[in-house]
Write a protein that binds this ligand. Sequence first.
Ligand SMILES: Nc1nc2c(c(=O)[nH]1)N[C@H]1C(S)=C(S)[C@@H](COP(=O)(O)O)O[C@H]1N2
Ligand SMILES: [Mo]
Length: 324
Amino acid sequence: MLIKKADDIKSSEITDKELYLNRRLFIRGAALAGGALATGLVYRFFTGHGEVAQSGEKIADVQAPSQVSAPPINEKPTPYEDITHYNNFYEFSTDKLEVARKARRFVTRPWTVAVEGLVQKPQTFDIDDLLKISPPEERIYRHRCVERWSMVVPWVGFPLSKLLDQVQPLSQAKYVAFETIADPKQMPGLSSDVLEWPYVEGLRLDEALHPLTILASGLYGETLPAQNGAPLRLVVPWKYGFKGCKSIVRIKLVEDQPPTSWNLAGPREYGFYSNVNPNRDHPRWSQKQERRIGEFGLRDTLMFNGYGDQVAQLYSGMDLIKNY
Ligand SMILES: Nc1nc2c(c(=O)[nH]1)N[C@H]1C(S)=C(S)[C@@H](COP(=O)(O)O)O[C@H]1N2
Ligand SMILES: [Mo]
């Protein structure tokens, strides 16, 4: 997600870099291969993960995907190795292939999440209590980065609405603001001013309450690795990936549209809504197509990332080119 300081990079160069990175990732995957490569076990063997924090542990009693809220997609989930080694998490590194290594020692216990603002019952949850609010569900979602790559991720999570039910939003609450951890002792990327820290995001309250919007604590049936946003991150599958903020520490119900890190960094490029929209080009590149990680060639990008039947009504009457 190139911004400010990269204003002079031409989109042809971006494409070359993507291709290069994709190839490196592919070669690494092939070198590890042998069939079982995508499993967490092999991954932990190579990285020593599992000694550190609580990531990569099996999550008990994961419910089958609920068809009503999450329509099944006939696309193959991206291998675990790719999902966990091609990451945007600028607090650790702006190099997608470096994030996993730099996040290895990230500590996710103890951890609390404050839920506050315009609510009847503000509360600071211990993460392990928060995770008991609603049964973990498998949600296999398309994941489309604004940089034109995409994946299919089998998240484990539960609807954000279940957490908001606990604190009871007041009628003045119109938006939900998210704040993520910014710990310079653990996150070398914070010394860069590429974004304003902490990384913040926001949703309109009706978007936050939508049944497709989840808080994820795992993928492939295991707790999240740090690089994917442990212990808890947001997933909004019809929006560009950057809306899915990682390692959340605070959720605040507010009256006015909250600031978001990417909008602050590049307001012409990243709006508040950031719905996946092939008809609205990024000022420096087209959003009509995408490269699915692990595939050659391009796919057409779908309006609302293919979730239009579920979410289009949230935006009826809105000009989605103006409200990008
Ligand atoms: N805190 C934080 N959250 C973040 C980011 C980040 O840099 N910091 N990057 C975003 C971007 S640009 C994307 S595409 C997704 C990537 O999630 P993944 O690495 O799990 O695929 O995380 C989003 N959440
Ligand atoms: Mo992204």
